[in-house]
Write a protein that binds this ligand. Structure first.
Ligand code: PXL
Length: 272
């Protein structure tokens, strides 16, 4: 199985490609990468980070890949540096996804009810177009509200409305990080059209990169032949275990999750 991960490199802060590569490799899946930008750190809570946009490099990379006749079984896109790159990802999907390949879009745009630095309503509209081409989309609650154009936040009732709206954009939306009372859940629509919720105890605090750990593990599980429901469960268990560990072991949460220590248990669960 060959996955193309399109995401940024945040040199410090354990998100995007820095978590996708080790997680997919550990799953035994080839992970090729298309970096969208290089940042000194991610943008969540650090001041003065650098940002080098790689849009200009992408056409030459793709031209070379065309000459190699490359095809990918999965394409998974995350943080894209600008609107132009969203259109590029659309073209990449059309040119490089193998027949019966799976396209997973994590519409990385915001968190805690707000868009990340540098993202605009035009970006949201263009991301919505990309989501139309995806087999799965993995928005967090903030991104789900922006895509479905409904007020933030969601609860267990309103997530149904959000999922119904999201299903007009993509057949298989999966909403992550729904927090209510003491729980955090992942919500999706199962094969019978029913909303299904997979729940864990909520650990207070904001954990950068948790969405990327979940998405990478989800793609890894699909690539290992798991169905959607099992992939959601395995990826959520892994992400939750990493969050619980990080709550006590990582003093400054901007530096990301201690996911490495949980990879072995995750793999054992995949291979059970
Ligand atoms: O984890 C999402 C993410 C990815 N990439 C960059 C980010 C963020 C979240 O803040 O800043 C550059």
């Amino acid at each position: 199985m060959r996955v193309l991960a399109i995401n940024d490199i945040s040199c410090v802060g354990k998100c995007s490609l820095s978590v996708t590569l080790p997680i997919l490799s550990a799953c035994g899946v080839t992970c090729d990468v298309l970096p969208t930008a290089i940042l000194s750190t991610h943008t969540g809570g650090f001041e003065g980070y650098t940002f080098h946009d790689l849009t200009g490099e992408i056409p030459a990379v793709l031209k070379h890949w065309q000459s190699l006749n490359l095809k990918f079984d999965f394409i998974y896109s995350g943080y894209l540096g600008n609107i132009e790159q969203i259109e590029m990802v659309r073209q990449i999907k059309r040119s490089f996804l193998s027949q019966n390949g799976v396209f997973v879009v994590d519409p990385v745009m915001g968190d805690s009810g707000k868009l990340y630095a540098g993202f605009t309503p035009d970006y949201v509209a263009k991301m919505c177009e990309l989501c139309h081409e995806a087999d799965y989309i993995l928005p967090n609650v903030t991104e789900a509200c922006y895509l479905a154009d409904i007020p933030y936040p969601l609860n267990k009732n309103t997530v149904q409305i959000a999922l119904n709206k999201l299903r007009t954009i993509c057949r298989r939306p999966i909403v992550t990080g729904l927090t209510e009372n003491n729980t955090v859940s992942v919500c999706f629509v199962n094969e019978n059209g029913e909303v299904q919720t997979y729940e864990h105890e909520n650990v207070a605090g904001f954990f950068c990169g948790a969405g990327d750990v979940f998405a990478s593990a989800f793609v890894g599980c699909l690539a290992k032949g798991k169905n959607e429901q099992t992939a959601v469960q395995l990826a959520s268990d892994f992400t939750t275990a990493a969050i619980c560990r990080s709550a006590t072991e990582v003093a400054d949460k901007r530096y990301g999750l201690n996911f490495e220590t949980e990879i072995f248990s995750f793999l054992k669960n995949i291979n059970k």
